[in-house]
Design a protein around this ligand. Structure first.
Ligand code: TXA
Ligand code: MG
Length: 350
């Protein structure tokens, strides 16, 4: 299949490109597009044959439900059975934006989209290209992240092309994905609402709306019988670069010393080592291929750079990646969740 790739300027949108892509959606095709979190791989959420193609293109497990993207609040009525008041409050405060709400699913949404669950994830993205594209398509758009299953999510159009060229109909490129990690998912089918995946809308922000909201304790730990995450997708190894990743966690001075020692040992074995550093620590590493995620004082930038850094280590063909860790507050919760999953929970405490 030939994949059409077109880049759109978010500040000067060429509506003809979005109209063309909208037509692809309506005729059952797949389009990758930018959102403020990561790139999405979309299909008409109400067309089960189209949705099946998403699972094929990504190599996604069938039991992992998709998030439905909408451009106006009216669409919710058709997709859900009821909308509890807390969900309305969250929408009012954080939509459009990086927040997905899990709600009771209506019968209109096909089983493939929700992977057989009786609930559905819905989100209204704030990225202007995404919003305009959904509006132009005129149908709700089911969209997982636009990566091959298991790989780090794409935050740059070139990474979409890398993973999906030849497998889908259309790729729309846009400006940088400013959040850089996937949306926060809040389950509103239960009370108190439960965060199933941390993201750009932080727990602190959610608690201002309802102080009862809490994070699913299973998601910061390795899954086992007592810790099964409520979002099916959170149980898989994920966001993984090709090289194994280890997290060094603890005091920063001790982290630097441990990383330097480990790098030396790996180099003695003839291995190429990548170091995921920060602006504060960058110059203390003696060897290795070093990428800084940005300053520790700017967690927004750290989150934005995370997936691209993981993918760049693959380009540089490192044999192993050592990463610093971050404090688990604010956006640090989302960053550490993605890092731990990338590392398969391989954490060395110092
Ligand atoms: O930011 C995002 O949410 C991006 C962009 C493209 O919008 N999308 C995204 O989709 O991250 P995906 O498919 O990569 O992740 C969706 C996650 C999975 O972990 C899935 O299991 C969970 O959402 N999920 C979807 N529907 C659910 C439901 N009804 N109940 C529980 N978890 C659900
Ligand atoms: Mg994903």
């Amino acid at each position: 299949m030939e994949t059409k790739v077109k880049v759109v300027d978010e500040n000067n949108i060429d509506i003809r490109i979005l109209q063309e892509a909208g037509k692809v959606f309506r005729s059952g095709g797949l389009v990758a597009f930018p959102t403020e979190t990561v790139y999405g791989l979309g299909a008409n959420a109400l067309d089960s044959e189209a949705v099946k193609k998403i699972f094929e293109a990504k190599g996604r497990p069938q039991d992992n439900p998709l998030i439905v993207h909408i451009s106006d609040l009216d669409s919710i009525k058709n997709l859900t059975k009821v909308v509890p008041p807390i969900a309305e409050d969250l929408m009012r405060n954080f939509w459009p934006g990086p927040l997905t709400l899990i709600l009771p699913k209506s019968d209109l949404v096909p089983e493939v989209t929700s992977a057989g669950l009786d609930s559905i994830g819905i989100r209204m993205p704030s990225n202007r290209i995404a919003l305009e594209l959904i509006r132009t398509a005129g149908v709700p758009i089911a969209a997982p992240s636009a990566n091959i299953s298991g790989r780090p999510s794409p935050t740059d159009v070139n990474r979409c092309v890398e993973d999906l060229n030849g497998k889908i109909d259309y790729i729309i490129g846009g400006n940088i994905c400013e959040v850089g990690v996937e949306s926060t998912i809040v389950d509103c089918t239960v009370y108190p609402p439960c965060v199933l995946r941390p993201g750009g809308i932080t727990l602190e922000m959610l608690k201002k709306i309802d102080s009862e909201i809490y994070i699913d304790p299973a998601i910061m730990n390795k899954s086992n019988e007592s810790f099964i995450p409520k979002a099916p997708g959170m149980k898989y190894r994920h966001y993984a670069p090709k090289a194994p990743l280890k997290i060094i966690q603890g005091d920063l001075q001790k982290t630097i010393a441990k990383v330097n020692e480990m790098v030396q040992n790996y180099m003695d074995e003839g291995k190429k080592v990548g170091i995921m550093a920060t602006d504060e620590t960058l110059y203390y590493y003696k060897n290795g291929i070093i990428i800084s995620l940005g300053s520790r004082d700017d967690m927004k930038l750290v989150a934005q750079n995370l997936f691209e850094a993981l993918r760049s280590f693959d380009d540089k063909k490192v044999d192993i990646i050592l990463s610093e860790s971050f404090e688990e507050i604010g956006l640090g919760i989302a960053v550490m969740n993605r890092l731990k999953k990338s590392a398969g929970f391989d954490i060395i405490k110092v």
